[in-house]
Design a protein around this ligand. Structure first.
Ligand SMILES: Nc1ncnc2c1ncn2[C@@H]1O[C@H](COP(=O)(O)OP(=O)(O)OP(=O)(O)O)[C@@H](O)[C@H]1O
Ligand SMILES: [Mg+2]
Length: 261
């Protein structure tokens, strides 16, 4: 996919979450969910966010995506403040749902429907290219009912890629898949970041699977139980490809577990 804008250098901060607080409201009482959360994702970094169930991980990702405004603090993406959904940030949702009456290609095109700057033909080209990167060439005209769980998830990834985002947000993208499919898609996730055919410069992955995180992440941000605060960060300085059976791998897994417990 093409890349018209200037390329930030390696090490440049792509996403900065700065002192974010978020309160939901329950029976008119404020329900604090995020307290003073700060984190960054740099160029070519895959950052994982983990924490106990219900602590506020999806909420944090939605704030980065511009779907929820923080109660305090702010999120910067490529130097400008996030004030709503934007073209350079795409999210693949937890429990991603496809429109069953639309083909794979039409589901991807749906993600491009707000783009008034593109002709229908250009949208189709971008959607097809995204399906190809997601490994779904030849499945353009297939309906979701005929796709496996892993393939549906790939359509979700293609839909997020089609808009040529700089930042890709993934909320538990593998948790509903069988082990083999999940493992294959995990390998492809890191490729999204390093593949020069994609526009993606940073990936933020929410996951509660610590082994998955150590397999993929450059950095792990560990959140506490609700209300979530950052308990610690782990820079996973382990060369790739990472051997999941090595002693070193388990030491990194252990470091994250220690922060979680
Ligand atoms: N729209 C909402 N209104 C009120 N409370 C909400 C809303 N969305 C989420 N919550 C509450 O905020 C807390 C954090 O939810 P969130 O979905 O961000 O957690 P999570 O860490 O992603 O959980 P999980 O591990 O189950 O995916 C939960 O207690 C949830 O019940
Ligand atoms: Mg969640």
């Amino acid at each position: 996919m093409s890349q018209q804008q200037a390329q930030p250098l390696a090490g440049t901060t792509i996403v900065a979450v700065e002192h974010v607080n978020l309160d939901y409201h329950k029976e008119r009482e404020p329900l604090p969910v995020l307290v003073d959360v700060s984190m960054t994702a740099k160029r070519d970094e895959l950052v994982a966010i983990t924490g106990p169930s219900g602590c506020g991980k999806s909420t944090l990702l939605r704030i980065v995506a511009g779907l929820i405004r923080p109660s305090a603090g702010k999120v910067m993406v490529l130097g400008s403040e996030v004030k709503g959904p934007r073209a350079d940030v795409s999210m693949v949702f937890q429990n991603f749902v496809l429109l069953p009456w639309r083909t794979a290609l039409e589901n991807v095109l749906f993600g491009l429907s707000p783009r008034k700057d593109l002709t229908e033909e250009q949208k189709r080209e971008k959607a097809k290219a995204a399906l190809e990167v997601a490994g779904l060439s030849g499945f353009e005209d297939v309906y979701p009912g005929e796709l496996s769980g892993g393939m549906k998830q790939r359509v979700g990834v293609a839909r997020a890629l089609a808009t040529e985002p700089r930042v890709m947000l993934l909320d538990e993208p593998f948790s509903s898949l069988d082990d083999l499919t999940a493992e294959r898609l995990r390998k492809e996730t890191y490729t999204l970041l390093i593949n020069p055919q994609t526009s993606v410069q940073s990936v933020i992955l929410v996951s509660h699977n610590v082994e998955e995180i150590i397999e993929l992440a450059d950095k792990v941000v560990v959140l506490s139980g609700r209300p979530a605060r950052v308990v610690g960060e782990v820079e996973v300085k382990m060369p790739r490809p990472r051997n999941k059976k090595s002693e070193e791998f388990f030491q990194w897994v252990d470091k994250v577990y220690t922060l979680l417990s």
